[in-house]
Design a protein around this ligand. Structure first.
Ligand code: NCD
Ligand code: ZN
Length: 352
């Protein structure tokens, strides 16, 4: 690859962490993802959460109905279940048998719609054992929830208090540390000694590769740059960029695109979540280009995710060109609007 390419071709990527909500909102956001990605891991934090195989199958059917209406039949949603204190080993085995891709651990209260999350992992022993036995990945929102812990430290503390003990107890469990935001997480995943192949991975969002916490306060409060885990200091952004572009198969693409209506963000107590789906691939290309590592984008975006999940890699190719794309100030979202990441600005790369 040329040092400063203006065009890159890659196997079509997948998004290994995505929120598309339901109903009218889903109608408006799904096309953005399906235009760029072949598959996506669909997060289960609906209201009420997707806690059973039956609920996930019904959700999948609604997504597929919407894809059909959009004429986007080549996109595949990969369904997940929301782990609770009451998830049974039987439900895990049923999930495996019915093609559910993973379970998601939300510590109760950690983020948007996580009230029904796990209060203490000791309640989940049987479910975790079953996951380990059948090879069902556990996706973790890696933050402790205790209000005494500084919000900028919650991910690093989670590693010591929850993740490391969990991995000791279930050494063969496949775990994805979702949307990592710190140097500690990047190094933990990079250096983890594993019992088997693919027992630890991590997803990284475009906003955490491109912005540090100054972006939340640039000239005033910027609610559209607020997500959880919250943006961190520059040294953490650098460590994430290093991890993503390192060529290590433990790091792969997960946008965590999380749509909230404009009014729910621009308010006294605004929701967490950035809507990055509009031109997510352009954002990642920009991040990789910033360190001269565009040649590492394909592994991160298109190979390491399916390898971790033991799914086939995609075969279709896509092309990104270095052509600035203007991002609208707002996009339609049900009967409201949404402000996408980088609204009113441009993104250097676009999908052909
Ligand atoms: C997500 C959402 O809105 O559902 N928000 C976010 O800030 N990332 C939840 C999550 O993934 O934490
Ligand atoms: Zn998320």
């Amino acid at each position: 690859m040329a040092t400063n390419p203006t065009q890159i071709e890659l196997i079509q990527p997948d998004d290994w962490h995505l929120h598309i909500r339901d109903g009218e909102v889903m109608k408006d956001v799904l096309a953005d993802t399906a235009r760029q990605f072949a598959r996506a891991i669909i997060m289960p934090n609906l209201k009420p959460p997707v806690t059973t195989v039956d609920l996930a199958n019904a959700y999948r059917a609604r997504i597929e109905g919407q894809l059909k209406a959009l004429g986007m039949n080549s996109f595949t949603p990969l369904m997940t279940l929301y782990l609770t204190d009451n998830t049974s080993a039987d439900e895990v085995r049923k999930a495996k048998a019915e093609g559910i891709a993973a379970f998601k651990l939300y510590p109760a209260g950690a983020t948007t719609n996580s009230d029904a999350g796990v209060s203490d992992l000791k309640h989940c022993h049987a479910a975790l054992e079953a996951m380990q036995a059948v090879g069902m990945p556990l996706l973790v929102h890696g933050e402790v929830t205790s209000s005494e812990i500084d919000i900028f430290d919650r991910e690093a503390v989670f590693i010591d208090q929850v993740l490391e003990p969990l991995r000791k107890n279930f050494p063969e469990l496949k775990i994805v540390f979702e949307h990592i935001t710190t140097l500690q997480a990047a190094h933990y995943v990079r250096d983890a000694a594993t019992a088997g192949k693919n027992t630890i991975g991590a997803t990284i969002t475009p906003q955490h590769l491109l912005m540090n916490r100054n972006a939340i306060f640039a000239g005033g409060i910027r609610p559209h740059n607020y997500c959880l885990p919250v943006l961190k200091r520059e040294e953490h952004r650098i460590a994430l960029l290093e991890a993503a572009t390192s060529g290590s198969s433990r790091f792969f693409l997960g946008t965590d695109s999380a749509p909230h209506a404009k009014g729910a963000k621009e308010t006294a107590c605004g929701c967490a979540g950035c809507y990055s789906a509009f031109n997510a691939l352009g954002l990642y290309a920009e991040a990789f280009e910033s360190v001269g590592k565009l040649d590492k984008l394909e592994g991160f975006a298109s190979f390491f995710g399916p390898d971790f999940y033991a799914l086939p890699r995609n075969t279709k190719k896509i092309t990104l060109v270095k052509q600035a794309q203007s991002i609208p100030n707002e996009l339609p979202l049900g009967d409201a609007t949404i402000v996408p990441l980088r609204a009113g600005e441009t993104i250097a790369w676009s999908l052909v």
